[in-house]
Design a protein around this ligand. Structure first.
Ligand code: HEM
Length: 397
């Protein structure tokens, strides 16, 4: 395969989203791109963009044609192709089972209650800083086996992992690369240290389980265990924060949904799925063409980057009825908010569980949840993450 491209299109926003309003609600722009240029080359970002449901699914389900491998400092399951990918994923699955995740429900409820407690009597809170950010960080830290005293550093490392460049200049790009490299070294040192301790004295945590996981005599190397822990932070924290925040944003934008879900609490789970379709935390997923491929009449050459716009595919009328409406009990709902195919999100059960617990709890404890009036929402500056930086809410307790 050719050398991976110099620019990572994932870091540079698409130019069609000019204004803040469009970044806060990109779906009309996505619709136009999906309609007019379903597969197009962007000279500026040096990549292909794919917008229709059918085509996004085609890219994601064909790892033989579209590779996940990148020139990244760390290689992990997310950036590995078959057959190595399956070996890693099967081993990790032994520790990360849906049953193990479901067992976390009471603890997730407890953390949610603790985080909410100081705000209920006030009738106001910063949803993101007070709840949606700390909750997944605490849950992952406890799951992995990171001591509570290290949580601040842990949060900082997790933030830098998913940080985007401040603009698309070469300097910004270099500065970010440097910061990320330093961050990666710190994370490596930190997790290697914890791993050594667990090797001597195993605990009831994920690192100890990963060290013990074995399939047909195959085990994870130390480097793979550390890479996996880093991947959990990179893939799991900000995404879950944005899922929670995007869900509450929808409840605030469409207040009738609050009563609907209170009346039908069994719809909370499907409302979480619908959030992943309607306001997905990850809107774009990158691949690199392994060989020359024809797609919808264009020729993608080996080595070129291909960005799959899940955010556009999830609103494709060819796949979803009333695609631009939020339907809390939509069934079936084959959204691609967690991706599709062999890399389908490993943490989906955990993210779903956290979002469900939070929504149930907010709807139970709060009435008339709304964005604090006159708040100017700021979109997260990222090419592949969809969310807002702050979301202050007010409510009746
Ligand atoms: C993969 C989204 C939460 C761990 C993915 C992919 C997406 C995604 C789109 C596929 C990437 C690709 O195909 O290249 C999300 C969203 C989340 C979320 C929207 C929250 C709402 C989590 C959590 C964890 C996690 C909580 C772990 C604690 C992973 C891992 C992969 C992955 C390990 C790689 C799987 C593989 O390569 O086989 N996620 N994720 N994610 N996610 Fe998530």
């Amino acid at each position: 395969m050719k050398q991976a491209p110099r620019k990572y299109a994932n870091y540079i926003p698409i130019r069609e989203l000019h204004s803040k309003e469009q970044q806060l609600s990109p779906f009309q722009v996505y619709a136009e791109l999906r309609e007019n240029t379903p597969v197009r080359y962007d000279e500026h970002r040096e990549c292909w963009d794919v917008f229709r449901y059918e085509d996004v699914q085609y890219v994601l389900k064909n790892p033989k044609l579209f590779s996940s491998e990148r020139n990244r400092a760390s290689s992990s399951m997310l950036t590995t192709d078959p057959p190595k990918h399956k070996q890693l994923r099967d081993l990790v699955n032994q520790a990360f089972t849906p049953k193990a995740i479901e067992a976390l429900a009471p603890r997730i409820q407890e953390i949610t209650d603790e985080l909410l407690a100081p705000h209920l009597s006030v009738g106001k809170m910063n949803l993101i800083d007070d709840l949606a950010t700390p909750l997944p960080v605490i849950v992952i830290a406890e799951l992995i086996g990171v001591p509570a005293s290290d949580r601040r550093e842990f949060k900082h490392w997790s933030d830098v992992l998913v940080k985007g460049a401040r603009d698309d200049s070469e300097e910004a790009f270099q500065a970010l690369a440097k910061e990320k490299q330093q961050n990666m070294q710190e994370l490596y040192a930190y997790f290697t240290d914890i791993m050594e301790q667990r090797r001597i004295e195993p605990q009831d945590d994920l690192i100890s389980l990963l060290l013990a996981a074995e399939i047909e005599g195959q085990r994870l190397t130390e480097e793979e265990v550390v890479n996996f822990c880093i991947l959990l932070l990179a893939a799991g924290n900000e995404t879950t924060t944005n899922l929670i925040a995007n869900a509450v944003r929808i409840l605030s934008e469409q207040p009738e949904l609050q009563d609907e879900l209170r009346e039908h609490p069994d719809r909370v789970a499907s409302a979480v799925e619908e959030t992943l379709r309607y306001y997905p935390p990850i809107v774009a997923i990158g691949r690199v063409a392994r060989e020359t491929v024809e797609l919808r009449g264009v020729t993608i050459k080996a080595g070129e980057q291909v960005i799959s716009w899940v955010g556009a595919a999830n609103r494709d009328g060819a796949q979803f009825e009333h695609a631009d409406e939020f339907v809390s009990n939509r069934k079936p709902n084959r959204h691609m908010g967690f991706g599709f195919g062999i890399h389908f999100c490993l943490g989906a059960p955990l993210a779903r569980l956290e979002a469900r617990v939070v929504l149930h709890t907010l709807l139970q404890r709060m009435e008339q949840i709304q964005l604090v009036p006159d708040t100017l929402l700021e979109p997260i500056q990222s090419a592949f993450v969809f969310g807002v930086k702050e979301y202050p809410i007010q409510f009746r307790a």
